[in-house]
Ligand binder design. Structure first.
Ligand code: ARG
Ligand code: ZN
Ligand code: CA
Length: 249
């Protein structure tokens, strides 16, 4: 498929306290960040070291807010076993996952910011889950939001949607592992915080790790790019034989 792919987004807010019931404005700010990051129109792309500039990619994917639903719950944390995705388990069922990206906003617990299901899984659990204080951007919603720095710029959703679009962690979830993308350098492990360039590991050459990639674990302010190889891998999902081809039909 060529051209921009538009993904309708269904947001399900499941809250136990008033602050977890994040505002429409905070939700919209996340859609804005996704649209910037998936079109390489994020302003912080300017931070990219010049040696990596040929790698930075426009995914040509856009997101539209297709609906918000809200549910109060007595549950204070939900874990990572998909209970929030099931009305029988006190959560909210996904809406037409063949044609919508479902995002559940709820407290996961255990210090987990978010998690995602890769393509090819069960429709009933397809989508991503993100904690309320990690959703949206405090640079857009400057008063009254619920945010937790340094994960307050909307990059948790950029990262989790990357998984939903078939991207692996850039270190391949192993020491000097393989992320199945050729143009991302092999790197030893996840990076946190805001590393300084270059950070060389695994004999990956003078330029070192691509720690500013959205599929690393650095701070929201310090991750700002996908690569051409990641775009190719994700967009293969929208080919006629791809497992998310229903989004382009
Ligand atoms: N799956 C990761 C976690 O839950 C998300 C990391 C997001 N990183 C970020 N800078 N927002 O820990
Ligand atoms: Zn991840
Ligand atoms: Ca790689």
């Amino acid at each position: 498929y060529s051209g921009v792919v538009t993904i309708p987004v269904r947001v399900h807010v499941i809250y136990n306290s008033a602050k977890e019931n994040i505002s429409d404005a905070q939700i919209q700010s996340q859609i804005t960040v996704l649209n910037r990051d998936y079109s390489k129109t994020n302003s912080d792309i300017s931070l990219l070291p010049g040696v990596f500039s040929g790698l930075a990619s426009n995914m040509q994917i856009q997101f539209t807010l297709a609906g918000i639903d809200r549910k109060s719950s007595t549950k204070t944390s939900w874990g990572t076993r998909d209970a929030m995705k099931s009305s029988k388990k006190g959560g909210v069922d996904p809406i037409d996952p063949a044609h919508n990206l479902n995002i559940w906003i709820c407290n996961i617990g255990g210090g987990i910011l978010g998690y995602a299901q890769f393509p090819g899984g069960l429709a009933a659990t397809d989508g991503v889950v993100i904690g309320p204080q990690y959703f949206g951007s405090s640079s857009i919603v400057t008063t009254g939001g619920y945010f937790a720095a340094p994960y307050d710029k909307g990059r948790t959703a950029t990262h989790e949607v990357g998984h939903w679009l078939n991207l692996r962690h850039i270190w391949g979830d192993a020491s000097c592992g393989n992320d199945l993308v050729a143009d991302t350098p092999t790197q030893q492990t996840s990076n946190f915080g805001c590393p300084s360039f270059p950070h060389v590991t695994c004999g990956n050459g003078a330029n070192g790790d691509l720690f500013m990639n959205y599929m690393d674990y650095t701070n929201d302010l310090c991750m700002y790019m996908f690569t051409n190889g990641q775009t190719t891998r994700s967009r293969a999902l929208f080919a006629s034989d791809g497992s998310r081809n229903t989004f382009v039909q």
